[in-house]
Write a protein that binds this ligand. Sequence first.
Ligand code: ATP
Length: 685
Amino acid sequence: MKEESLRTLKGIGEKTEKLFERAGVGNLNQLLHYYPRDYDSYEQTVPLGMVRDNEKNAVCGRILRQPSVKNYNHKSVTILQLEDETGKLQITWFHMPFLKSTLKRGGSYIFRGRVSMKNGRKTMEHPEIFTIAGYDEIQGQLRPIYPLTTGLTNKMVIKAVSQLLEERSLEPEYLPEEQRERLRLCEINYAIAEIHFPSDRNSLAEARRRLVFDEFFFFILALSRLKEKTETVENHFPMRAVWRTEEVIENLPYRLTDAQMGVWNELERDMTGRLLMNRLIQGDVGSGKTILAFLSMIMCCENGYQSALMVPTEVLAVQHYESLCRLLEENQITDARPVLLKGSCTQKEKREIYEKIASGETKMIVGTHALIQEKVVYRDLALVITDEQHRFGVRQRTLLTEKGYPPNVLVMSATPIPRTLAIILYGDLDISVLNELPARRLPIKNCVVGTSWRPNAYQFMEREITAGHQVYVICPMVEENEELNCENVMDYSSRLRERMPAGIRVEPLHGQMKAQKKNEIMEAFAANEIQILVSTTVVEVGVNVPNATVMLIENAERFGLAQLHQLRGRVGRGEAQSYCIFMQGDEKEETSRRLDILNRSNDGFYIAEEDLKLRGPGDLFGIRQSGIADFQIADIYQDADILKESSAAVREILELDPELKLPQNRLLSEALEHYLERQNADILL
Ligand SMILES: Nc1ncnc2c1ncn2[C@@H]1O[C@H](COP(=O)(O)OP(=O)(O)OP(=O)(O)O)[C@@H](O)[C@H]1O
């Protein structure tokens, strides 16, 4: 079943298949592991007089009058008045005029949706509709809510998954029975079925525990094998420490922090050593990791070797390439001839770059995943630098070095995790920590505010722009989505453009734009031709525009704290005072408490710890906090205990059967293969 197409399911044609593909679901196996991001419980109905504002309510009532349909701003709105003995409620839908004839006057129905005050009147917007009997059937159930992309609805996913679970035989149980029982883990097929459609909260918790265990288990299993393969590999690129790097450090407009100096010494020692370097630099946002990457590249170049810096997005590739070129120019290093290789280069450009790489003319290559395509043949590639989510596995290393020796590897991470966990998760890497921020930085000033404060925020933004600075605004969505009540980049940027004086240029940025367009916008922002960038979280990783001093995050409740911390790290990168405004779109006490953690501290480690304390182990489906590896359901902070259990279980199995050749581990070995395939085959092995 693993690779079977979604089209083998009833009701999925070419169009729907494409929608699923955009959400990363390309075959049945991926669908099976497309877990809900949350659950909805169909609660008891409440009397109309008792509906709660800003929350989802299920209400049962009689329709007073035939619904009316009106047109506002090209939107058709269907309006309905509902009543029961305790009160009345207005209900509205957009773009659903047909409801006028479906919902009959005098009929009783159940409506379920969010209630808020609109023009002084309690209004339920865009609710689901049920007959009384229909609601009876599902009341009390936990219904999955899947992560969606534009066009893909929750109903579509539910339909596809339930068909799949009903009709196909699933996975064989691969964990040895004895181990499973000892660890009190439920059976795998039960876990998969229950994670999609839980019978109740207990079985959901049980299912989740098993799947979290498995995610960690396979990750660590793959890692352990990788470790064996790379731990003692000889370094075929003998290097000397060079004076050029000392000069570059001297010429920097700032002094390296002691932490940066310490890590730089470690890197020098590694690269001049007998064994291959495999090192992780862990440093909070803005701690200055990039310069260490550049220094390492310069050291390789001076020793006559190539180095490659691989980053997750084109925007970042362009940014790094430009600052690398600047650094080389300032220091008159002319023999490096760096190139920028990105997916959006034309064929001709790519060919020229490939030639420069293959001939050894260029010594420094910056790019996205295009760097590891088979067509790229390197010449003495001695160092590869990447981020934690795109760590190199053996297969990737082989791809990189088809005609050479394996390179030194340097991994950069801004995820703050305690050392005990880091040792498990980065088992194959030596770890360096940058635990100090550059000295002249002023701590970012934060505030958590409600949406009524928005006009003040805009005034403040204007003031900062007048003083020559720039602003990021972050929205959770790209376009309007009527099911989700939150801000989107497209509408927001048009509104803001109207609101701001003519001299202030406002532009949107999001992941669905063409790479070329994204680069243009980022470049214009970096050059202060754009003053306000309204963006999704695409700016989250690594973007560096030190002149930006304000970040306004809309619907801050929709992001994990670690993610918010990463986002906030885009400001406070220069010497000017910076500010971060967390705009809370709901009025929940719990959200305020979470956001207050960010308000109090700018320290990634502290934030991760406090967040965990606040959420506690009972919170099964909080927003996932870390982007480490590709954990779909597991959260390294919250599930730290399971992580340790998985690690111990792997150790136990491998001690007895390091190659997974014993009959009791046959299914496990196969499952490991599938895991690697699912992870795109190249994350680790
Ligand atoms: N020692 C230092 N003193 C002053 N400024 C520094 C120092 N080191 C780096 N910087 C500057 O700080 C800014 C942030 O550095 P850098 O981009 O390397 O951060 P980072 O660690 O990669 O952070 P992130 O994970 O957020 O991308 C850059 O503008 C850089 O030039």
